[in-house]
Design a protein around this ligand. Structure first.
Ligand SMILES: [Zn+2]
Length: 264
């Protein structure tokens, strides 16, 4: 009985010890797994590398020299959190893209305008597409009435070209006074003179009716910002006084309309 009891006790102790060991192992395993999930993730690839025969030879020779660094190398690998910054960069880029971009292509605001900002079609294009008359919105400063005016393209353009060819040598790259302070049309509604002006919406530069303003020789009614907008999108980095920017805008528009214009 005593031996049996002793044995049984010893067996129980062993069992307990075994159980304890097993518990301890299990606890350790749990703690290790719970505490070091990240390490496990890192270690897994290492085991995989060891298990995989082909990659081992090359990887092992390289690894052996930095065995201690291996944990270090693992840590740098751990910081996979860098992805968040990567995401933020990706987010920033798209936002910057549209901001900077404002793609050069737009919906043509008029049949005589192209899908590029501040660009009109040539006379040849207009003729080939049966666009002989263009129009624009105007408003009388006296009676405040709004209406549309029509221009015959060829007729009005040759007026502009004739004026430029006659006065160009006197301009010295500066818009003359008649361009800086344009003469307005008379109002057929109220009978007042020099009172009908084109409607230019400052906040909508891409919809500016450049051909209408050119043919009426009213570009001088644009603000300096609107003129610089035109020059910017025509790769004309003209800066300075309004008369210089205005002059280059006239010349550039005439070249768009008539590429063979004998300018410069
Ligand atoms: Zn009027």
């Amino acid at each position: 009985m005593d031996r049996g009891e002793r044995e049984s006790n010893e067996e129980k102790k062993r069992k307990h010890s075994d159980n304890d060991d097993g518990r301890e192992h299990s606890v350790k395993a749990k703690t290790s797994s719970s505490l070091e999930e990240k390490r496990d993730i890192i270690q897994e690839p290492l085991f995989d590398l060891n298990s995989s025969p082909p990659p081992e030879p090359p990887s092992e020779p390289v690894d052996p020299p930095p065995p201690p660094p291996s944990p270090v190398t693992q840590q740098p690998v751990d910081p996979p959190p860098p992805p968040p910054p990567a995401k933020s960069r990706r987010r920033r880029n798209p936002t910057q893209g549209p901001g900077e971009g404002k793609s050069e292509f737009i919906a043509p605001p008029f049949p005589w305008a192209t899908d590029r900002r501040a660009t009109i079609h040539s006379l040849n294009y207009l003729s080939n597409n049966d666009i002989h008359t263009i129009m624009g919105n105007v408003q009388c400063k006296r009676c405040d009435e709004k209406f549309t005016l029509e221009f015959n393209v060829n007729e009005k353009f040759y007026e502009v070209m004739g004026f430029i060819m006659e006065k160009k040598d006197e301009m010295h790259d500066r818009a003359p006074n008649v361009w800086m302070n344009p003469t307005l049309q008379n109002c057929n509604l109220c009978g007042q003179q020099n009172c009908v002006k084109p409607i230019i919406i400052p906040k909508n530069k891409k919809a500016i009716n450049w051909l209408f303003l050119l043919l009426g020789q009213w570009i001088g009614l644009c603000s300096i910002d609107e003129l610089k907008y035109f020059c910017k999108h025509n790769k004309n980095h003209r800066t300075g006084a309004k008369d210089r920017v205005l002059y280059s805008t006239y010349i550039a528009l005439c070249k768009q309309l008539f590429p063979d214009a004998p300018f410069d």
